[in-house]
Design a protein around this ligand. Structure first.
Ligand code: NAP
Length: 262
């Protein structure tokens, strides 16, 4: 199937590692020009160069914080200055810290709101006028399978991502007439630094080992394994591509069948 991404422009936020990097790599494999952001410039540049070398596609690293309005504006300005359009935007950021309800005070909640909800509001608000003017585009938000199946010990993520789900469903109806599709992609367990960190913390709490935690996550899926970030990238890029032209306001759960929620 042709995803119709050749020479299109994709902006992938928080893309130096993990799911964002897996997504950027697949966009590049499909012939898109990929603008990538993350805070640590050296890691971002190294990932962008590696993807470019592996795929022959053009990557453009622009360092910045995916939650800060000025940095998001700078990222989109850089994409527009170089390419004049943004066909696909993938909104992503590092997830909030793990922990149970009593562990977080107001300041911690407000930091999580900034990083896990307002980042999406800000990025969408800046992208929509660009996409409206150019006649359409896609916005895909990386969230979590926890919107269907809350995960113990992730109270901040479980709470705030449902707000993003409401935002996306509503926004898809508002901007559909402008040719803009808005979707959620919701990962279960993929082997990234974040999952290793969360699993290490869980192992410490339970007095087990990292390998035991990872094995438990793998066993929770009927496929018996944790996902690979590039598998995530393939689903995310499909959703963001013109090949998914009639999909909007949707939440694609990609968790290897772990969740039993319908
Ligand atoms: P990861 O492996 O820790 O990678 C995070 C990436 O995002 C890095 O490139 C990091 O680079 C960048 N980043 C983090 N905060 C940023 C910020 N404020 N501004 C710009 N870039 C930022 O994480 P991941 O596993 O790919 O997770 C990505 C998202 O998916 C998170 O929201 C996570 O909660 C969610 N999720 C992941 C899984 C999973 O299985 N992996 C499951 C459910 C949900 P810098 O640190 O240099 O900025």
């Amino acid at each position: 199937m042709d995803l119709k991404l050749k020479d299109s422009v994709a902006v992938v936020m928080a893309a130096s590692k993990g799911l964002g990097a897996g997504t950027a790599r697949v966009f590049a494999q499909e012939g898109a020009r990929v603008v990538m952001s993350a805070r640590d410039e050296a890691t971002l540049r190294a990932t962008a160069e590696r993807i470019s070398t592996e795929t022959g596609a053009e990557t453009y690293p622009v360092a910045g914080d995916a939650t800060k309005l000025d940095d998001i504006a700078r990222l989109f300005d850089a994409a527009m200055t170089r390419y004049g359009r943004i066909d696909a935007l993938v909104i992503n950021a590092g997830g909030p810290p793990g922990g149970t309800f009593m562990a977080f005070d107001d300041a911690a909640w407000m930091t999580a709101v900034e990083g896990t909800f307002m980042n999406a509001v800000r990025a969408a608000r800046l992208a929509i006028p660009i996409m409206t003017k150019q006649g359409g585009g896609s916005i895909t938000l990386i969230e979590s399978a926890s919107i269907k199946h809350p995960i113990d010990g992730l109270i901040l993520s479980n709470s705030l991502r449902l707000g993003v789900a409401g935002l996306v469903k509503t926004l898809a109806r508002e901007v559909g007439p402008a040719g803009i599709r808005v979707n959620l992609i919701c990962p279960g367990a993929f082997l990234t630094d974040r999952v290793k960190t969360l699993s290490e913390a869980s192992a410490k709490r339970k007095g087990t080992r990292l390998e035991d935690e990872l094995a438990e996550r793998a066993a929770a899926s009927p496929l018996g394994r944790i996902g690979d970030p590039e598998e995530f990238g393939r689903a995310c890029v499909f959703l963001a591509s013109p090949a998914a032209g009639y999909i909007t306001g949707a939440a694609l759960i990609i968790d290897g069948g772990t969740s039993r929620a319908l």
